[in-house]
Every structure is written in structure tokens, then in C-alpha cells.
Ligand binder design. Structure first.
Ligand code: 5AD
Ligand code: SF4
Length: 444
């Protein structure tokens, strides 16, 4: 072990990846440097996810491994950050009393002091810092880890309280960052060499309602999109209830905004959508998709879908299948409903048995996989702009990157293309994206 090193492990979403960059930045400000493995590190930090049970269990199993490392070297410090720290801090302290600091996503402003104290004291009880109402301060350091895309938060928290979701409890009420702060961070990222920016929020479409003067996501997108030297602008996640015509127009008219929209549908039946508290009908969702495709014909649309929400009967599940068949998403993240204690849905009657949920999930996945393959096969012959990320691990002498539609594209090429934008023709379509051939190298 080296006394001056740290290691960060991240579970969960892009927002967590961004928070881990802040954690790394704070640790570096304290004079620590990144270690390649946990064994080498004095400070071990894990950024946790509470959205479903599985990632929570993975955290406890990782902590079990780190406990052994701490047994060998008792001066190691273990930090648990992220959503679980907020909603299950006491549970972590009980099950893993060897953890030093448990700190919620809104409280990272206190990490530096908590760590500095711990590095000096012999205190053995976990310290819990978890206040989801706190405002994360501006100006925290960050060590960006994104290969090609710089993640920039635009809102923190969520006010929607969808019946199944733990996020509003874990990440607190929605707060928008000021437009000048966001623009400054985006400019810095571009100056640091990033060609692509991904704007992050639980519901980016509601950006700005709480600011004075009020603004909206479309204005922000337009301003970030105009930054000199920025080549690609992405954002996630959009809530269908707040996806405005003005935003679609701005996406269509801002050249840097990529042709990709992640729009979670969650379910295809109106009764289930209402029970979930999603605030739209299936018909409205379909009209949004149709309008989006009208304005931006080469857009790819991806989604999140859940099966087995409490009370969802077979017929309602089949409405989801029909919606998926009709919409033809480019890709979907599909989940079995998972009970999150404290949410509205966890008190709802008519639980769906686990094996029924599993069967529905398999049926949905097989339908969606067929659609995704068909969509990607239908694109064979088309030319895509690809931002090259590096060599492909499987295909020999090939590189891989992402198209503006956020599809993986693998094609023969060399590492000097890394970080460059090139034109690639799709020659074969798969579930995961395209195999292609280089047409031309364009701007770098
Ligand atoms: N059970 C299963 N899936 C969930 N998601 C959120 N909460 C739950 C839950 N309790 C899914 C939603 C969301 C995605 C990030 O995770 O589909 O869009
Ligand atoms: Fe959860 Fe709904 Fe907020 Fe998304 S919009 S984070 S699903 S409560």
C-alpha cells in the first residue's frame, strides 16, 4: 500500500460517474494520487446506487473485500458515497462498521474536512453525513475520467416522485445550476480537449424553472451548443411530460446536438402509467416520438421500460409490448420492478410474483432485441459520423467509437484516429450497433 493514494469504484448511472470525478478531485486536492488497484490504495471510495436491490448487494460484497484489505493495513480509510449513503446510511454503518465515512450525494462539499480529520485521528466509528436538502456547492474540484465525453451536471435531484423510484429520496429536491456556472464548466471541458459534452440531470427538461429569472432547457442547450470547438452535445435524461416543442425545435436547429434522445416510457398501459405517476398517456408518448422523428428524421430514440409494477395485469403488460412494437426503439434498458422501501409503490397491493416478472422481462427483451437488430440492419449502407474512442477489444486491427446516434461502430482502423471524427459506412447491423468501413477522415 502507498500512503498517498486513492481508488474510486463507481456503481450506477452517469450522474454517479460525474460524482466520482468530484470525489477524485477532492482526494487529489488533499495530495493523494490515483492508484491502479484497491490493494495499493490508502483511501478506498465507493460510489453507490440505490435504484434497485442488486447494485446495493454488490456494494456490500465489495465492502467485504475491502474489509480484508483494511484488516491487513488498518490505516486504510473506506468512504461510501452516493445514493445508498443517503437512504441507507445506518444500514451500512451496521452491516459494515469498519467503514470510515458515509456521505450522501448532496454533501460532497464536506468530504475534504471529514477525510482530513480521519487521516489524522484514530476514530473507529463510521461518520454519517447525509442531508438530501443541502445544496452542493459550486467550485468543487473534479478529476475528469470520461474517455471522450465530459459530463456536466445541470440539475441536481428530482421532484417527480414516480411511485417506484428512490431517487428523489436519495438525491433530494430538484435544483438547477445557474446557466453561467454551467457554461463556464463546459468551456473548461472544451479547453481541456473534450469534443463532446453530456449534460446531466434526472429530468433535464425541467431545467431552469427554479432560477431567477426563469429559463428553460432549450435556451441552455442553444447556448452550450454554440460554444466554439464543441463538436457534439448530448443530454440525459428527458422526462416525456416536460419534452416541449421548443426543445425539439432547438435540437433540430442546433448543429452540435446529437441525433439521440433517451426518453423513458416505463410502461405502455395508461392505467399503469397513472399508477406510476408519470404524467402522460401512451398516446401522448407516441405523439412525442412521431413529432421528434418528423423534425429530426435520423434520430435514434432509446428508452427505459419496467415490467411487473404492482397491479400490472397480463393485458396491461401486453399494452407495453404493443407500444414497443409500434414505436421501434433503437435500444431499451429493461427492468423487473423492484421494491424500494419508502416509495409509494412499496405500499401498493397486488404484487406480481417474481417468476411472472421474469417471464414478462424475457418476452419484452426478446421483442426489443429483434427490433434493435432490425433497425441496425436497415441502416446498412448509410454513412455515420463516428468519434473514435480506441481499439476494439475483440476485432483485430479495428477501432471502435460512437455515432451521433450513440450507436457503437467498429471498423478497420488505427489508434491514430483516437479522438477524431471520421465518416464510416455501416456494412453490417447487430444488436449492439454496426460493423463498418472507413469512408473519409474529416475534422479532428
Ligand atoms: N425497480 C425497477 N426499475 C427501476 N427504475 C427506477 N426505479 C426502479 C425500481 N424500483 C428504472 C426506471 C428508470 C431507470 C433508471 O431505472 O426504468 O428509468
Ligand atoms: Fe425517478 Fe421519476 Fe425522478 Fe426519473 S423522473 S429520477 S424515474 S422519480
Amino acid at each position: 500500500m502507498n500512503n498517498d493514494t486513492y481508488y474510486v469504484h463507481t456503481f450506477g448511472c452517469q450522474m454517479n460517474e460525474r460524482d466520482s470525478e468530484t470525489v477524485a478531485g477532492i482526494l487529489e486536492q488533499l495530495g493523494l494520487v490515483a492508484a491502479d488497484t484497491p490493494e495499493q490504495a490508502r483511501v478506498l471510495a465507493v460510489n453507490t446506487c440505490s435504484v434497485r436491490e442488486k447494485p446495493e448487494e454488490k456494494v456490500f460484497s465489495l465492502l467485504g473485500q475491502w474489509r480484508m484489505l483494511k484488516r491487513d493495513e488498518p490505516t486504510r480509510i473506506i468512504v461510501v458515497c452516493g445514493c445508498m449513503s443517503q437512504v441507507a446510511g445506518d444500514r451500512i454503518a451496521q452491516r459494515a462498521p469498519y467503514v470510515d465515512i458515509i456521505i450522501g450525494p448532496r454533501n460532497l462539499g464536506h468530504l475534504r474536512d471529514a477525510l482530513a480529520q480521519r487521516l489524522e485521528s484514530a476514530e473507529r466509528k463510521p461518520v454519517i453525513i447525509a442531508d438530501s436538502q443541502e445544496l452542493l456547492p459550486e467550485g468543487l474540484p473534479a478529476h475528469r475520467c470520461g474517455d471522450m465525453s465530459a459530463f456536466v451536471n445541470i440539475t441536481y435531484g428530482c421532484n417527480n416522485f414516480c411511485a417506484y423510484c428512490i431517487v428523489p429520496f436519495a438525491r433530494g429536491p430538484e435544483v438547477s445550476r445557474s446557466t453561467p456556472d454551467i457554461l463556464a464548466e463546459c468551456r473548461d471541458a472544451v479547453a481541456a480537449g473534450y469534443r463532446e459534452i453530456t449534460l446531466l440531470g434526472q429530468n433535464v427538461n425541467s431545467y431552469g424553472h427554479d432560477l431567477h429569472p426563469q429559463t428553460d432547457f432549450a435556451s441552455l442547450l442553444e447556448q452550450v451548443g454554440k460554444l466554439p470547438d464543441l463538436q457534439r452535445l448530448r443530454f440525459t435524461t428527458s422526462h416525456p411530460k416536460d419534452l416541449s416543442e421548443r426543445l425539439l425545435q432547438t435540437m433540430a436547429n442546433t448543429a452540435t446536438v446529437c441525433e439521440h434522445l433517451h426518453l423513458p416510457i416505463q410502461a405502455g398501459g395508461d392505467h399503469v402509467l397513472a399508477q406510476m405517476g408519470r404524467g402522460y398517456t401512451c398516446r401522448h408518448f407516441i405523439s412525442l416520438v412521431e413529432r421528434t422523428r418528423e423534425l429530426i428524421p435520423d434520430i435514434s430514440i432509446t428508452t427505459d421500460i419496467m415490467v411487473g409494477f404492482p397491479g400490472e395485469n397480463r393485458a396491461q403488460f401486453e399494452q407495453t409490448l404493443r407500444a414497443v412494437e409500434r414505436i421501434r426503439f433503437d435500444q431499451a434498458f429493461m427492468f423487473k420492478y423492484n421494491d424500494r422501501p419508502g416509495t409509494k409503490a412499496s405500499n401498493m397491493p397486488d404484487r406480481i410474483p417474481e417468476d411472472e416478472k421474469q417471464q414478462r422481462l424475457l418476452q419484452l427483451v426478446s421483442l426489443q432485441n429483434r427490433i434493435a437488430r432490425d433497425v441496425n440492419r436497415a441502416a446498412v449502407g448509410q454513412i455515420f459520423e463516428v468519434l473514435v474512442e480506441g481499439s476494439d477489444r475483440k476485432a483485430k486491427n479495428c477501432v471502435r467509437g460512437r455515432s451521433r446516434q450513440n450507436k457503437i461502430v467498429v471498423f478497420p482502423g488505427s489508434l491514430d484516429m483516437r479522438g477524431k471524427l471520421v465518416q464510416v459506412r455501416a456494412v453490417e447491423g447487430f444488436l449492439w450497433g454496426h460493423r463498418g468501413e472507413l469512408v473519409s477522415r474529416n475534422r479532428s
